[in-house]
Design a protein around this ligand. Structure first.
Ligand SMILES: Nc1ncnc2c1ncn2[C@@H]1O[C@H](COP(=O)(O)OP(=O)(O)OP(=O)(O)O)[C@@H](O)[C@H]1O
Ligand SMILES: [Mg+2]
Length: 232
C-alpha cells in the first residue's frame, strides 16, 4: 500500500533521514521505532507532504506521491496524526471532529463518523461539548486519533501517540488500533516506545540516525531481548 524508497531528508546541511526504505502492506500494522532525533517525525511529514524530501520516492497504491499536495494525499486515503496532536484546544471535541471531517464534504457522513469515534472512545462522547484543552492528555490523544479517522482513511499514520501518557491510556489507544485493523485499516505507527509498538504491530523497523538498522516481525523482536532491551 505504501512504499518508501531511498528517502533522504535534509535540513540545510543536516541529514535527518538517510536513504530510508520502508513498506507497509494493506491491512498491516507496521511499527517504526527509534529514539529522539532518529527521523520519525521527518518521515511522517514526508508521507503527509509537509516536508520536501531531498531525494527518494513515496508510492501509495502504485501512485507516486512526489507531486501530490498534502490535501490531495488526504483525499487518496492517507491520514496523519501528528506529534503534539494538532488539536484546536479552545474548541470542543465535537468541533475538532467536524473540522477533521471537512475533506468528506458530506455532513451526514461526517455525523456518522463522529458517532463511530464516540463508539470507539465513549469518554469523548461524555465530553463532546468540552474544550479539548481541558481534557486529560490521554483523552486529547483519543481526540487526535479520532480526527485522523474522520476523513475515512485507508492508511493511518501516527507520530508518537504514546508520548507523555500513562500505561493504562496507552493500552486503550493500542486496543483502538487493534479494533481499527480488524475493520480493514492499515496503520503505520512511529514510536519511541518499543514494547508498546511490538505488542501492537505485525512488523517493526528500528530506526537510528535516519537509517533502518533492523527489520523484523514484531513477534520475533519480542523474543530478542538483546535488541529490545537496547531500545527501551
Ligand atoms: N526543522 C528542522 N530544522 C533543522 N533540523 C531539524 C528540523 N526538524 C528536525 N530536525 C533534526 O532532524 C533530526 C530528526 O528529527 P525528527 O524530528 O524527524 O526525529 P524524531 O525521531 O521524530 O525525534 P523525536 O522522538 O524527538 O520526536 C533531529 O536531529 C532533529 O534535530
Ligand atoms: Mg518526532
Amino acid at each position: 500500500m505504501l512504499e518508501i524508497a531511498d528517502l533522504t531528508i535534509r535540513y540545510g546541511p543536516f541529514l535527518a533521514v538517510d536513504h530510508l526504505a520502508i513498506s507497509v502492506g494493506a491491512g498491516e500494522i507496521v511499527g517504526v521505532v527509534g529514539p529522539n532525533g532518529a527521523g520519525k517525525s521527518s518521515t511522517v511529514k514526508a508521507i503527509g507532504g509537509l516536508v520536501q524530501p531531498k531525494s527518494g520516492r513515496l508510492v501509495f497504491d502504485g501512485r507516486d506521491l512526489g507531486m501530490v499536495p498534502p490535501h490531495k494525499r488526504v483525499n487518496l486515503g492517507i491520514s496523519i496524526v501528528p506529534e503534539g496532536r494538532g488539536l484546536f484546544s479552545r474548541m470542543s471535541v465535537d468541533e475538532n471532529l467536524v473540522i477533521a471531517g471537512d475533506p468528506l464534504k458530506d455532513k451526514a457522513k461526517c455525523a456518522h463518523n463522529i458517532e463511530r469515534c464516540y463508539e470507539m472512545f465513549p469518554v469523548l462522547k461524555e465530553r463532546r461539548w468540552q474544550p479539548v484543552g481541558t481534557l486529560s492528555g490521554g483523552q486529547q490523544q483519543m481526540v487526535a486519533v479520532s480526527m485522523g479517522l474522520m476523513s475515512d482513511p485507508r492508511l493511518l499514520v501516527l507520530d508518537e501517540p504514546s508520548l507523555g501518557l500513562a500505561p493504562i491510556v496507552i493500552g486503550e489507544i493500542g486496543r483502538a488500533l487493534g479494533e481499527l485493523r480488524k475493520q480493514g485499516l492499515t496503520v503505520a505507527l512511529f514510536e519511541q516506545n518499543a514494547k508498546l509498538t511490538c505488542s501492537i504491530a505485525d512488523r517493526i523497523y528500528i530506526l537510528a540516525a535516519g537509517k533502518v538498522r533492523h527489520h523484523n516481525r514484531a513477534a520475533d523482536l519480542l523474543n530478542d531481548p538483546e535488541i529490545l532491551d537496547h531500545l527501551v
